[in-house]
Ligand binder design. Structure first.
Ligand code: AMP
Ligand code: MG
Length: 327
Protein backbone atom coordinates (compact mmCIF):
# COMPACT_ATOMS: atom_id res chain seq x y z
CA UNK A 1 0.00 0.00 0.00
CA UNK A 2 1.24 3.40 -0.89
CA UNK A 3 0.72 6.30 1.48
CA UNK A 4 0.40 9.50 -0.45
CA UNK A 5 2.61 12.39 0.52
CA UNK A 6 -0.36 14.52 1.52
CA UNK A 7 -1.82 11.76 3.67
CA UNK A 8 1.55 11.27 5.31
CA UNK A 9 1.75 14.97 5.99
CA UNK A 10 -1.64 15.04 7.66
CA UNK A 11 -0.72 12.08 9.89
CA UNK A 12 2.50 13.87 10.71
CA UNK A 13 0.66 17.05 11.65
CA UNK A 14 -1.86 15.14 13.71
CA UNK A 15 1.00 13.64 15.72
CA UNK A 16 2.64 17.04 16.11
CA UNK A 17 -0.53 18.72 17.30
CA UNK A 18 -1.31 15.90 19.73
CA UNK A 19 2.17 16.24 21.19
CA UNK A 20 1.72 20.00 21.44
CA UNK A 21 -1.62 19.55 23.23
CA UNK A 22 -0.16 17.01 25.63
CA UNK A 23 2.66 19.40 26.44
CA UNK A 24 0.15 22.15 27.26
CA UNK A 25 -2.28 20.06 29.27
CA UNK A 26 -0.47 20.34 32.56
CA UNK A 27 -0.51 21.49 36.16
CA UNK A 28 0.08 25.22 36.54
CA UNK A 29 1.27 26.78 39.83
CA UNK A 30 1.61 30.29 41.12
CA UNK A 31 2.46 31.79 44.49
CA UNK A 32 2.00 35.39 45.58
CA UNK A 33 1.95 37.49 48.75
CA UNK A 34 -1.49 39.10 49.15
CA UNK A 35 -3.66 39.84 52.22
CA UNK A 36 -0.49 39.67 54.32
CA UNK A 37 -0.19 35.96 53.60
CA UNK A 38 1.00 33.35 51.11
CA UNK A 39 -1.41 32.69 48.27
CA UNK A 40 -0.93 29.51 46.24
CA UNK A 41 -2.92 28.49 43.17
CA UNK A 42 -2.48 25.16 41.46
CA UNK A 43 -4.66 23.96 38.61
CA UNK A 44 -4.90 21.54 35.74
CA UNK A 45 -5.56 23.02 32.33
CA UNK A 46 -5.40 21.92 28.70
CA UNK A 47 -4.16 25.31 27.59
CA UNK A 48 -1.21 27.24 29.03
CA UNK A 49 -2.45 30.74 28.21
CA UNK A 50 -5.96 29.96 29.50
CA UNK A 51 -4.37 28.65 32.70
CA UNK A 52 -2.36 31.85 33.12
CA UNK A 53 -5.49 33.92 32.53
CA UNK A 54 -7.38 31.98 35.20
CA UNK A 55 -4.52 32.41 37.68
CA UNK A 56 -4.31 36.15 36.97
CA UNK A 57 -8.07 36.46 37.53
CA UNK A 58 -7.72 34.68 40.89
CA UNK A 59 -4.88 36.92 42.06
CA UNK A 60 -6.77 40.00 40.87
CA UNK A 61 -9.78 38.91 42.90
CA UNK A 62 -7.63 38.36 46.00
CA UNK A 63 -6.23 41.89 45.62
CA UNK A 64 -9.75 43.28 45.18
CA UNK A 65 -11.04 41.59 48.36
CA UNK A 66 -7.95 42.80 50.23
CA UNK A 67 -8.45 46.39 49.06
CA UNK A 68 -12.08 46.23 50.24
CA UNK A 69 -11.58 44.50 53.59
CA UNK A 70 -8.05 45.18 54.84
CA UNK A 71 -7.80 46.95 58.16
CA UNK A 72 -4.21 47.95 57.34
CA UNK A 73 -5.31 50.04 54.37
CA UNK A 74 -6.82 53.35 55.56
CA UNK A 75 -8.71 53.74 52.26
CA UNK A 76 -10.45 50.33 52.50
CA UNK A 77 -14.19 50.30 53.14
CA UNK A 78 -13.50 48.35 56.33
CA UNK A 79 -11.26 51.18 57.59
CA UNK A 80 -13.99 53.67 56.66
CA UNK A 81 -16.39 51.73 58.88
CA UNK A 82 -13.91 51.78 61.76
CA UNK A 83 -13.34 55.50 61.33
CA UNK A 84 -16.98 56.63 61.08
CA UNK A 85 -19.58 53.98 61.95
CA UNK A 86 -19.96 55.18 65.56
CA UNK A 87 -21.06 58.58 64.22
CA UNK A 88 -23.46 57.55 61.43
CA UNK A 89 -24.23 54.53 59.21
CA UNK A 90 -21.47 53.99 56.65
CA UNK A 91 -22.51 52.89 53.15
CA UNK A 92 -20.45 49.96 51.85
CA UNK A 93 -20.57 47.40 49.03
CA UNK A 94 -23.30 44.84 49.66
CA UNK A 95 -20.61 42.16 49.53
CA UNK A 96 -18.88 43.62 52.60
CA UNK A 97 -22.18 44.23 54.42
CA UNK A 98 -23.11 40.56 53.77
CA UNK A 99 -19.82 39.22 55.12
CA UNK A 100 -20.16 41.36 58.27
CA UNK A 101 -23.71 40.06 58.68
CA UNK A 102 -22.46 36.52 58.26
CA UNK A 103 -19.82 37.15 60.93
CA UNK A 104 -22.61 38.26 63.26
CA UNK A 105 -24.51 35.03 62.65
CA UNK A 106 -21.37 33.09 63.51
CA UNK A 107 -21.05 35.10 66.74
CA UNK A 108 -24.59 34.11 67.71
CA UNK A 109 -23.88 30.47 66.83
CA UNK A 110 -20.64 30.35 68.86
CA UNK A 111 -21.82 32.20 71.96
CA UNK A 112 -19.61 35.15 71.01
CA UNK A 113 -16.39 33.13 70.60
CA UNK A 114 -16.19 34.49 67.08
CA UNK A 115 -16.48 38.26 67.27
CA UNK A 116 -15.07 40.72 64.74
CA UNK A 117 -15.18 43.45 67.43
CA UNK A 118 -12.38 41.58 69.20
CA UNK A 119 -10.31 44.19 67.33
CA UNK A 120 -11.43 46.87 69.82
CA UNK A 121 -8.72 45.40 72.09
CA UNK A 122 -6.93 43.31 69.45
CA UNK A 123 -5.38 46.41 67.91
CA UNK A 124 -3.42 46.95 71.13
CA UNK A 125 -1.29 43.87 70.38
CA UNK A 126 1.74 44.12 68.13
CA UNK A 127 3.16 40.61 67.78
CA UNK A 128 6.14 41.66 65.70
CA UNK A 129 7.15 44.32 68.22
CA UNK A 130 6.33 41.96 71.16
CA UNK A 131 3.84 44.48 72.52
CA UNK A 132 0.69 43.74 74.45
CA UNK A 133 -1.83 45.81 76.41
CA UNK A 134 -1.81 46.05 80.20
CA UNK A 135 -4.74 44.55 82.13
CA UNK A 136 -6.03 48.11 82.64
CA UNK A 137 -5.97 48.80 78.91
CA UNK A 138 -7.79 45.54 78.20
CA UNK A 139 -10.37 46.36 80.85
CA UNK A 140 -10.92 49.80 79.30
CA UNK A 141 -11.35 48.35 75.79
CA UNK A 142 -13.51 45.30 76.61
CA UNK A 143 -16.76 47.29 76.82
CA UNK A 144 -16.50 47.87 73.07
CA UNK A 145 -16.05 44.16 72.34
CA UNK A 146 -19.47 42.76 71.54
CA UNK A 147 -20.79 41.72 68.15
CA UNK A 148 -24.18 43.23 69.04
CA UNK A 149 -22.56 46.68 68.76
CA UNK A 150 -22.39 46.17 64.98
CA UNK A 151 -25.64 46.84 63.13
CA UNK A 152 -25.90 45.96 59.44
CA UNK A 153 -28.75 47.27 57.33
CA UNK A 154 -28.80 44.91 54.33
CA UNK A 155 -31.47 47.00 52.55
CA UNK A 156 -29.39 50.19 52.51
CA UNK A 157 -26.10 48.26 52.64
CA UNK A 158 -24.84 50.26 55.61
CA UNK A 159 -22.96 49.41 58.79
CA UNK A 160 -23.09 51.34 62.03
CA UNK A 161 -21.74 50.90 65.56
CA UNK A 162 -23.99 51.45 68.57
CA UNK A 163 -21.20 53.08 70.58
CA UNK A 164 -17.75 54.62 70.29
CA UNK A 165 -14.52 52.68 70.67
CA UNK A 166 -15.68 49.76 68.50
CA UNK A 167 -13.33 48.40 65.85
CA UNK A 168 -13.89 45.45 63.58
CA UNK A 169 -11.47 43.16 61.78
CA UNK A 170 -12.33 40.37 59.35
CA UNK A 171 -8.99 38.53 59.71
CA UNK A 172 -10.77 35.43 61.03
CA UNK A 173 -12.99 34.95 57.97
CA UNK A 174 -11.84 37.11 55.01
CA UNK A 175 -9.14 34.75 53.72
CA UNK A 176 -11.64 31.91 53.52
CA UNK A 177 -14.05 34.26 51.76
CA UNK A 178 -11.33 35.23 49.26
CA UNK A 179 -10.59 31.54 48.62
CA UNK A 180 -14.27 30.89 47.90
CA UNK A 181 -14.32 33.83 45.46
CA UNK A 182 -11.21 32.42 43.79
CA UNK A 183 -12.81 28.99 43.42
CA UNK A 184 -15.93 30.55 41.87
CA UNK A 185 -13.70 32.33 39.35
CA UNK A 186 -11.81 29.14 38.47
CA UNK A 187 -15.10 27.31 37.97
CA UNK A 188 -16.31 30.08 35.65
CA UNK A 189 -13.08 29.54 33.68
CA UNK A 190 -14.01 25.88 33.29
CA UNK A 191 -11.29 24.59 35.65
CA UNK A 192 -12.10 21.13 37.03
CA UNK A 193 -9.00 20.29 39.10
CA UNK A 194 -7.50 22.96 41.34
CA UNK A 195 -6.36 24.00 44.78
CA UNK A 196 -6.37 27.55 46.14
CA UNK A 197 -4.65 28.44 49.42
CA UNK A 198 -4.55 31.70 51.38
CA UNK A 199 -2.44 31.18 54.51
CA UNK A 200 -4.24 28.54 56.56
CA UNK A 201 -7.30 28.35 54.32
CA UNK A 202 -7.60 26.10 51.26
CA UNK A 203 -10.26 24.83 48.93
CA UNK A 204 -10.08 22.09 46.33
CA UNK A 205 -11.91 21.57 43.04
CA UNK A 206 -12.08 17.96 41.86
CA UNK A 207 -9.37 15.36 42.36
CA UNK A 208 -5.70 15.08 41.49
CA UNK A 209 -4.61 12.35 39.06
CA UNK A 210 -7.84 10.47 39.88
CA UNK A 211 -7.11 10.48 43.61
CA UNK A 212 -8.00 12.83 46.45
CA UNK A 213 -5.74 15.78 47.16
CA UNK A 214 -3.87 15.20 50.40
CA UNK A 215 -3.68 18.16 52.79
CA UNK A 216 -1.28 17.84 55.72
CA UNK A 217 -1.96 19.37 59.12
CA UNK A 218 1.30 20.58 60.64
CA UNK A 219 2.58 19.99 64.15
CA UNK A 220 2.09 23.20 66.19
CA UNK A 221 5.78 23.27 67.20
CA UNK A 222 7.36 21.94 64.01
CA UNK A 223 6.35 23.20 60.57
CA UNK A 224 8.01 20.20 58.91
CA UNK A 225 6.16 17.58 60.92
CA UNK A 226 2.70 16.47 59.81
CA UNK A 227 0.26 15.24 62.47
CA UNK A 228 -2.51 14.14 60.10
CA UNK A 229 -3.14 13.85 56.37
CA UNK A 230 -6.64 14.65 55.14
CA UNK A 231 -7.80 13.33 51.74
CA UNK A 232 -9.98 15.92 50.00
CA UNK A 233 -12.11 16.23 46.86
CA UNK A 234 -14.34 19.29 46.29
CA UNK A 235 -13.95 20.54 49.86
CA UNK A 236 -12.44 23.30 52.00
CA UNK A 237 -10.05 23.12 54.94
CA UNK A 238 -8.89 25.79 57.40
CA UNK A 239 -6.39 25.66 60.22
CA UNK A 240 -6.06 28.18 63.05
CA UNK A 241 -2.98 27.88 65.24
CA UNK A 242 -1.18 29.70 68.05
CA UNK A 243 2.06 29.59 65.99
CA UNK A 244 0.98 31.92 63.19
CA UNK A 245 1.52 35.33 64.78
CA UNK A 246 2.83 35.36 68.34
CA UNK A 247 5.56 36.12 70.81
CA UNK A 248 6.52 34.30 74.00
CA UNK A 249 7.12 36.12 77.27
CA UNK A 250 7.81 34.57 80.69
CA UNK A 251 6.71 31.16 79.43
CA UNK A 252 3.40 32.51 78.17
CA UNK A 253 2.36 32.71 74.52
CA UNK A 254 0.69 35.85 73.24
CA UNK A 255 -0.86 35.15 69.86
CA UNK A 256 -3.35 36.52 67.37
CA UNK A 257 -6.55 34.64 68.30
CA UNK A 258 -8.25 36.61 71.04
CA UNK A 259 -10.95 35.38 73.38
CA UNK A 260 -13.50 38.23 73.14
CA UNK A 261 -14.60 37.62 76.73
CA UNK A 262 -11.14 38.25 78.22
CA UNK A 263 -9.31 40.30 75.58
CA UNK A 264 -6.43 37.84 75.89
CA UNK A 265 -5.07 35.12 73.63
CA UNK A 266 -7.24 31.99 73.72
CA UNK A 267 -5.22 29.30 75.46
CA UNK A 268 -7.29 26.10 75.47
CA UNK A 269 -5.88 24.69 72.21
CA UNK A 270 -2.77 24.72 70.01
CA UNK A 271 -4.49 24.30 66.65
CA UNK A 272 -7.89 23.67 65.09
CA UNK A 273 -8.55 22.35 61.59
CA UNK A 274 -12.04 22.39 60.11
CA UNK A 275 -13.07 20.54 56.96
CA UNK A 276 -16.28 21.52 55.17
CA UNK A 277 -17.86 22.49 51.88
CA UNK A 278 -16.72 26.12 51.65
CA UNK A 279 -13.79 28.09 53.00
CA UNK A 280 -15.75 31.01 54.47
CA UNK A 281 -17.42 28.50 56.78
CA UNK A 282 -14.25 26.54 57.62
CA UNK A 283 -12.24 29.74 58.20
CA UNK A 284 -14.82 31.24 60.55
CA UNK A 285 -15.28 27.97 62.40
CA UNK A 286 -11.56 27.24 62.88
CA UNK A 287 -11.11 30.58 64.65
CA UNK A 288 -14.32 29.99 66.63
CA UNK A 289 -13.46 26.49 67.83
CA UNK A 290 -9.97 27.69 68.76
CA UNK A 291 -11.58 30.15 71.20
CA UNK A 292 -14.30 27.74 72.38
CA UNK A 293 -11.87 25.00 73.36
CA UNK A 294 -12.09 21.22 72.92
CA UNK A 295 -15.39 20.36 74.62
CA UNK A 296 -17.67 23.16 73.44
CA UNK A 297 -15.85 23.32 70.12
CA UNK A 298 -16.24 19.65 69.17
CA UNK A 299 -19.81 19.71 70.46
CA UNK A 300 -20.59 22.57 68.05
CA UNK A 301 -18.97 20.71 65.13
CA UNK A 302 -20.97 17.54 65.88
CA UNK A 303 -24.16 19.58 66.13
CA UNK A 304 -23.57 21.27 62.76
CA UNK A 305 -23.11 17.86 61.15
CA UNK A 306 -21.76 18.97 57.76
CA UNK A 307 -18.27 19.89 59.00
CA UNK A 308 -15.43 17.98 60.68
CA UNK A 309 -12.63 18.99 63.03
CA UNK A 310 -9.12 17.98 64.03
CA UNK A 311 -8.10 19.64 67.27
CA UNK A 312 -4.67 19.70 68.94
CA UNK A 313 -4.92 20.20 72.70
CA UNK A 314 -2.36 22.02 74.84
CA UNK A 315 -0.94 18.66 75.98
CA UNK A 316 -0.41 17.62 72.34
CA UNK A 317 -3.30 15.18 72.27
CA UNK A 318 -5.17 15.14 68.95
CA UNK A 319 -8.98 14.89 68.90
CA UNK A 320 -11.12 14.13 65.85
CA UNK A 321 -14.81 14.79 65.28
CA UNK A 322 -16.88 11.66 64.70
CA UNK A 323 -16.90 12.07 60.89
CA UNK A 324 -13.10 11.59 60.86
CA UNK A 325 -12.58 9.22 63.77
CA UNK A 326 -11.28 5.77 62.72
CA UNK A 327 -14.08 3.13 62.73
P1 AMP B 1 -7.44 32.48 61.69
O1 AMP B 1 -6.00 32.32 61.38
O2 AMP B 1 -8.35 32.28 60.55
O3 AMP B 1 -7.87 31.75 62.90
O4 AMP B 1 -7.67 34.01 62.00
C1 AMP B 1 -7.01 34.66 63.02
C2 AMP B 1 -7.34 36.09 62.83
O5 AMP B 1 -8.71 36.29 63.18
C3 AMP B 1 -6.56 37.01 63.72
O6 AMP B 1 -5.34 37.37 63.13
C4 AMP B 1 -7.52 38.18 63.83
O7 AMP B 1 -7.43 38.98 62.69
C5 AMP B 1 -8.89 37.52 63.83
N1 AMP B 1 -9.42 37.18 65.18
C6 AMP B 1 -8.73 36.98 66.33
N2 AMP B 1 -9.54 36.62 67.33
C7 AMP B 1 -10.80 36.59 66.80
C8 AMP B 1 -12.09 36.30 67.33
N3 AMP B 1 -12.27 35.92 68.62
N4 AMP B 1 -13.15 36.36 66.49
C9 AMP B 1 -13.00 36.72 65.19
N5 AMP B 1 -11.81 37.01 64.64
C10 AMP B 1 -10.72 36.94 65.43
MG1 MG C 1 -10.25 31.55 60.61
Amino acid sequence: MRVSASRFRSIFFAVISLTAMAAHADWYHREAAIMGTRIAVELWHEDASEAERAIEAVLGEMRRVDALMSHYKPESQLSQINARAALAPVAVDSELASLIERAGKLSALTGGAFDITYASVGYLYDYRAHQRPTDEQIEAGLGAVNWRHVVVDPKDSTVRFTRSGVRIDLGGIAKGYAVDRAIAILESHGVRHASVTAGGDSRIIGDRFGRPWIIGIRHPDDADQVIARIPMIDAAISTSGDYERYFDEDGERFHHIIDPHTGKSASKLRSVTIIGADATTTDGLSTSVFVMGPERGIELIERLGDVDAVVVKSNGKVLYSSGLAPP
